[in-house]
Design a protein around this ligand. Structure first.
Ligand SMILES: [Zn+2]
Length: 423
């Protein structure tokens, strides 16, 4: 993509006040009523819409759009073994590219500006994100058969990891190359240790599934004598550049360790409920000071990529589960969708010098009237209230139109039958 021209968003509302925003070189250059349009600027007329920071999807497998609503209503292991893994074995890099473009389209339409991904053919994931204009922290799935496999080939796994870091590292500023060991039950301790050293040496972020199910904890203790979090700690994989997905079965000591290490937990309330994997211990995590962000997980287990929709579920799960409606108030839910507490992904970004990753929210939509913006976004809205999505100062959607939508949808339709085996 060529560099974006300077962009000025005119007549947006921030905290109810009229605001103009100038974006330049991918960051917010200036904000306030005094910002004016200059010759050569691209202009977005916000017409009084609310300006907010874009959302972060902290755990997904974007290309699983090809497996959307495929193998629903099954237990986790039969779902993986009988449906997902055989279909994934048929995927080519081109399939992953187009399926990720479809996911990107859905995420842009729902206000997501950055997604943390782990999948096969990760270079195609990164390329699709960059072509769509979205940010991604992308990783190749790494597996070697796990602790039960005496033939686990750490050398081969490491070669794959290093090659994918290099390929992803060439894709430009929107793509952060990351390491994606799948989980402690699919990667051997020796390979985890090698990846810990690689992460240390390269500074690459690490993205791994952790304690998604109770069975994962039990099996880890049986195979290695240690719970999954202890294994990650032992092999140097916990730190401020690590994202662990799920964490439904983390105990208090583990939550405290993750807090101490600055590791981000990506909770996936919709996927966890759909697969009945468990419920993330929100209240205990808050008490421990653990950083928590929200992910959708892949569309085979969600089945959408609508973070605003999932945000409502997040709040309701923990209110309902605790019997306390004051748990997880709207402000906390919104901060979670921005990954605000995550050292790797977060921060309050609506300020000069911050990345120009912005949304315009259509506050004339019936579900946004009347009432405060934040509470409406969490409890009343879904992604369709997003009118305009800007990433790195480039307009990806305006008036709910994204360039090239029809081509992306047609490409995925044409590939779906072969991947799904006619199902
Ligand atoms: Zn996952």
């Amino acid at each position: 993509m060529s560099p974006a021209p300077p962009l000025v968003v005119v007549d947006a509302r921030v905290d109810g006040r009229p605001t103009n925003v100038r974006c330049r070189d991918g960051v917010i250059d200036a904000m306030g009523p005094e910002v004016v349009v200059a010759a050569g600027d691209e202009v977005v007329d916000a017409r009084g819409m609310a300006l907010v920071t874009g959302l972060v999807n902290a755990h997904t497998h974007a290309a699983m759009t090809l497996l959307r609503s495929f193998g629903d209503d099954l237990h986790l292991m039969p779902w993986l073994e009988e449906r997902v893994w055989p279909a994934e074995a048929r995927l080519t890099a081109d399939d992953v590219y187009w399926a990720t473009r479809l996911a990107a389209l859905e995420m842009i339409r729902g206000g997501t500006v950055h997604f943390v991904d782990m999948y096969w053919h990760a270079e195609a994931v990164g390329r699709a994100a960059a072509d769509a204009g979205l940010r991604t922290t992308a990783s190749q799935v790494l597996i070697d058969g796990g602790p039960g496999n005496p033939g686990a080939d750490t050398g081969a796994l490491l070669a794959t990891a290093e090659a994918s870091l290099e390929e992803l590292g060439r894709l430009g500023p929107l793509v952060v190359a990351s390491l994606g060991p799948h989980a402690v039950y699919t990667v051997s301790p020796r390979s985890l240790e090698a990846l810990g050293e690689l992460a240390d040496r390269t500074g690459a972020p690490v993205h791994i599934h952790l304690s998604e199910t109770e069975g994962e904890n039990t099996a880890s203790v049986a195979a290695t004598g240690a719970r999954p979090t202890a294994l990650l700690e032992r092999h140097g994989l916990l730190g401020p550049r690590t994202v662990v997905a799920h964490g439904c079965w983390l105990d208090d000591d583990e939550l405290a360790l993750l807090a101490e290490r600055g590791t981000t937990v990506a909770t996936n309330p919709v996927s966890n409920m759909k697969l009945a994997a468990g419920t993330f211990p929100w209240t205990r995590a808050r008490a421990a000071g653990t950083s928590v962000a929200i992910g959708t997980d892949g569309t085979a287990s969600n089945n959408a990529l609508d973070l605003l929709g999932d945000l409502k579920v997040l709040a309701l799960v923990h209110k309902g589960g605790s019997g306390d409606p004051t748990v997880l108030p709207a402000e906390e839910a919104w901060a979670t969708a921005l990954a605000a507490s995550s050292p790797l992904l977060g921060g309050d970004r609506l300020t000069p010098g911050a990345p120009a990753d912005l949304l315009l929210i259509d506050t004339e939509r019936p579900e946004m009237v009347p009432g405060p913006l934040l509470e409406n976004l969490v409890y009343a809205a879904n992604g369709s209230v997003v009118d305009t999505t800007v990433v790195a100062g480039r307009v990806l959607m305006e008036g709910r139109t994204v360039a090239g939508e029809a081509e992306v949808i047609a490409e995925v339709r044409s590939r779906a039958e072969r991947i799904r085996g006619g199902a």
